[in-house]
Design a protein. Sequence first.
Length: 569
Amino acid sequence: MAEKSNITNNSEVQKKANFIDLQIEEDLKAGKNNNRVHTRFPPEPNGYLHIGHAKSICLNFGIAEKFGGKTNLRFDDTNPSKEETEYVESIKDDIRWLGFDWEDRLYFTSDYFDKLFEFAIQLIKDGKAYVDDQDAETIASQKGTPTRPGTESPFRNRSVEENLDLFRRMAAGEFDEGSHVLRAKIDMSSPNMHMRDPFIYRIIKAHHHRTGDKWKIYPMYDFAHGQSDYWEGITHSICTLEFEVHRPLYNWFIDQLQETDYRPRQIEFARLNLNYTVMSKRKLLELVKDGHVKGWDDPRMPTISGLRRRGYTPESIRNFADKVGVTKVDGVIDVSLLEFSIKEHLNKTAQRVMGVLNPLKVVITNYPEGESEELDAVNNPEDESMGKRKVPFSRELFIERDDFMENPPRKFFRLGPGREVRLRYAYYITCNDVIKDENGEITELHCTYDPATKGGNSPDGRKVKATLHWVSVNHAVQTEVRLYDRLFNDENPLGHKGVDFKEFMNPESLKVLPNCFIEPFVKDAKPLDHFQFERLGYFNVDLDSTKEKIVFNRTVALRDSWAKSQKRN
């Protein structure tokens, strides 16, 4: 039992209260369920979790933290044909990575298969469930419409004895899949379609990842999850909005089971929808199986493992969930809010380094040959406690090719013939000569530096209009950089009737740059370490990295380059 929540003095809860918090406060003030708050997160182990699930995780565990309660992790493993142990382990890893702990409260719906079976037997004995021999299509045709009552099954009034016999034979595997179902006997004229004798059990002859081949029948989610909530002592069953119409059925089953004053309460909230994103696990599985992405953890995927590999942090995702908030109205969140959340966090925490992705060689002709020096560079201007590092400077450097133009337009303030610019942390340099190959391609620049401007400041007070990042040719670490962008170039890939959502995949979602150069600070970086490449964006070390070659993923650009590219198009 959790300690009683002192809700009247909990200013943090009151300050951030949403409609779910307010309903929980009401229950606590009324003394319901012995003043307990106990939530659960019930994922299906049929795929990897995505950012929408992350919001639900944050909500369920966050509510328990606010009110001094507990949260269970319970896998809804009621469909063995789609479930795998791999998915179970990935889900556990994702929840831990987000910073939440279910402690010793790990459950599976399969833990309750025996109890659910006995509960179904009791419903049959009470005349509240029956076996229907019709196929699913016929049953669906008898359901009617929201304004027209359904038609009762010809098997609805079978005797208890016949129903018990048929149900036990279903469980024994005597019948084919789809030939028989167990239905609750409720009300075929109910205005709520979910109350019109819903399925309770169906036949599935598939190997279960936990129970093996013991069961040939499996409970439906609507039947299983409310009872599982009840047996686990859940007080508040937080569901997404599409389950609102299922709530009367949830309560009906609880009514048949309830033996004490305790009962769970289902509360619904709007699920998370992001533009330029697909959130259906079925669609995401299609992308994986058809090879459109390189797995569930591909950094372009909206899965938690994909976001983690791309460089998102737990803090940024929790902050994003907090910014999105909890509502009762479905809507679409701009993915730029998610991108802002990671930039906001990494701006405060990421190590700054200089890296050149598209290198152009610069020779400082008046710098001594064979010599180098170390210059002071700030690790993070947002956090002085991160200190400084030494950056090697030498005669030969790399700068970004985009930072030079031989015939620059009026508003181009970076390097050009005869122009002077500042090198970050280093010196002022002036371009004197442009060296080209036989095809007219620029191969290197010859520049001079002003030794008096060490540290990037001029003693005579002259100003320059541009500061460039750079790396020393002889000291830089050669790396591969993967530039990731949004997987889809349409705001609503699933919103075009008759058009395959994959038609809207962004062909520029991944660009691989095999020959990039980063300052030597990164040579000992470990997978998932975060960096800001100055002027370029936030990057992290990919899991593919080896001692021989570091691979970086771009997490997000410093500015919203996507919006600019869409305007150009």
